[in-house]
Design a protein around this ligand. Structure first.
Ligand code: TYM
Length: 329
């Protein structure tokens, strides 16, 4: 009897510091859920982070922070693989090989590249342009079918499918076309209530920051901008605080009703949200302290993860190199 293989899942996160609730609600929830019944692989993508940060110590430290955060949130190294991208340098080689079938126009029109040209005009480096090709290599090298991500990654996933189709049609069906998997909250807005929650914008609600920092972040949130007076009725549909209540308690409709009837004010609703978010992540915050007290544990998890993937990566590279005419016959 053959052993049935589980569907493979891959996702990556940039080492950009402390994880925030946008990461959690948009992607990490699915990382955790997909540890069950799937062959799940999760990666700290430090090569990708080099497109925006050239501070070696920050890259290293942030990678550690992100790994500890994921473990504290419940990523279980017994059930899923967690590793650091640069510990499997085959990703970079595959990215180069894939890039040979990618028209420049495809990567030039990627929304994230256009955005970076705006947000970091003094550092439009070449790796920013090929960012999605490396992302395709990350997924392709392990033949992953499902990719849990937030909605901001949808364009990258679409491009990954196109790149894989282009390579497969030239060299044969080696790669699987990946599918994005979204949660029911695929795009979380930041504390400004206007743009995507993101470290680089500085509008995050962090999961592992000190309690007073998290409370401050939540109390600074922009609510319904048309609600000026305490007695004005609120509009929960457009208020980011009310929207977030949906994920941290099962009585959000009652909370929304309080806002609509002006029975409660924005400050009350924010305070309640802060209490609930802190309660929701209390266990993970405890676990993080416990993990941090074990010297070398996180490094060991990452090292073992990369080692477990070595045969898979080698096998894909052998096949790809052979099909592309590299090396001896
Ligand atoms: P990154 O590091 O920006 O974010 C990690 C994950 O969190 C999700 N996310 C959000 N979801 C909802 N609302 C938000 N405000 C929010 N902010 C972040 C992201 O969608 C992502 O799923 N390019 C990727 C990393 C990557 C990757 C990969 C992902 C590299 N290779 C291969 C999947 C497969 C990125 O920068 O994610």
């Amino acid at each position: 009897m053959s052993i049935p293989t589980l569907p493979r899942v891959f996702s990556g996160v940039q080492p950009s510091g402390l994880p925030h609730i946008g990461n959690y609600l948009g992607a990490f929830r699915n990382y955790l859920a997909m540890q069950e019944g799937h062959d799940a692989i999760y990666c700290i993508v430090d090569y990708h982070a080099l497109t925006s940060t050239h501070d070696a110590e920050r890259i290293r430290q942030n990678g550690y922070e992100m790994a500890v955060g994921l473990l504290a949130l419940g990523l279980d190294p017994e059930r899923a693989v967690l590793f650091r991208q640069s510990d499997r340098p085959e990703h970079a080689e595959l990215a180069y090989l894939l890039s040979t079938v990618v028209p420049v126009s495809w990567v030039e029109r990627t929304p994230s590249f256009k955005e970076k040209k705006r947000t970091q005009p003094d550092d439009i480096n070449h790796a920013l342009l090929t960012y999605p090709v490396l992302q395709t290599a990350d997924i392709g090298i392990y033949h992953a079918r499902y990719v849990p991500v937030g909605r901001d990654q949808a364009a990258h996933l679409e491009l990954a499918r196109e790149i894989i189709r282009a390579w497969n049609s030239r060299y044969g069906d080696v790669f699987v076309e990946p599918e994005a998997v979204f949660t029911d909250s695929p795009l979380i807005k930041g504390t400004d209530g206007a743009t995507k929650m993101s470290k680089s914008v500085g509008n995050t609600i962090d999961i592992f920051a000190p309690e007073d920092v998290i409370r401050k972040q939540i109390m600074s949130m922009v609510t319904d901008t048309q609600r000026i007076l305490r007695t004005d009725p609120g509009r929960p549909e457009v208020c980011n605080v009310c929207q977030l209540h949906r994920f941290f308690g099962d009585d959000f409709e009652t909370i929304w009703e309080g806002e609509r009837t002006a029975r409660t004010g924005c400050v009350d609703t924010k305070r309640l949200l802060a209490d609930r978010i802190l309660a929701f992540f209390a266990e993970a915050r405890e676990r993080r302290l416990e993990i941090e007290s074990r010297p070398g544990y996180v490094e060991e998890v990452l090292r073992a993860g990369a080692e477990r993937l070595a045969p898979l990566a080698a096998e894909t590279m052998r096949e790809v190199r052979h099909r592309m005419g590299l090396g001896s016959r």
